[in-house]
Design a protein around this ligand. Structure first.
Ligand code: SF4
Length: 211
């Protein structure tokens, strides 16, 4: 019970109108779960509210937490390079995360990424739902298993379904999604990095073709 009280969920902080600008203004006040407290600031989203493509990652990392902007660290730089190589204009992309605060463990001076747990994912979901409602993209790209599960549920298998256009019935009607890996997994691939990056760009080329 105490656990539930600590994670009331974001719903009461999500404004019912006002579009993406209102969400961005309201998000710093969210106390939907405990992740706001050790984080530097909320990291909401970047890009146009009228973008045709929404890309959803897992959560901000150390660099994003400090900058207050999503995808500005090493994985974000790799993502931006891959987007360009795939032939997608950055102006067409709205970047966000399933979780809006950095989840980490402090080890000495370093802050190590900690995977958000299911309760935190559920708590934060109303923000992403509102973003998808307002942007209403032609296509939503799910970067990694956490984002894919947040949007499509636990049955999604990113390794098997990556690069495929999946059509799903949502509260907004039929919508299209493409799951792929999170760019941070490419940075961790070490000697397979070149192949992993090429496969990622190939997935994004499917995105470019589909919009
Ligand atoms: S992680 Fe999400 S639900 Fe938790 S405090 Fe931050 S914005 Fe709110």
């Amino acid at each position: 019970m105490a656990e539930e009280l600590e994670r009331p969920g974001a719903e009461q902080w999500v404004p019912e109108s006002g579009g993406i600008a209102a969400l961005r203004r309201a998000a710093p006040g969210c106390r939907g779960c405990e992740l706001w407290e050790p984080a530097t600031q909320v990291v909401f989203s970047s890009g146009s509210a009228h973008a045709r493509i929404v890309m959803v990652g897992e959560e901000p990392g150390d660099a994003e937490d400090l900058a207050g902007e999503p995808f500005v660290g090493p994985a974000g730089k790799l993502l931006r390079r891959a987007i360009e190589e795939a032939g997608i204009a950055m102006e067409e992309v709205y970047l966000t995360n399933a979780i809006k605060h950095f989840s980490f463990v402090q080890r000495g001076k370093r802050r190590i990424h900690r995977k958000p747990d299911l309760a935190q994912m559920v708590a934060c979901r109303p923000w992403l739902e509102a973003e998808l409602r307002y942007v209403d993209p032609d296509l939503t790209v799910l970067l990694g298993a956490s984002a894919a599960r947040q949007v499509l549920g636990p049955g999604i298998k990113v390794t098997q379904q990556r690069g495929q256009v999946l059509t799903r019935e949502t509260t907004l009607g039929e919508r299209r999604f493409i799951p792929t890996v999170h760019p941070s997994s490419i940075l961790r691939a070490r000697e397979r990095r070149h192949d992993a990056y090429a496969a990622f760009v190939a997935d994004l080329k499917v995105v470019a073709k589909a919009v």
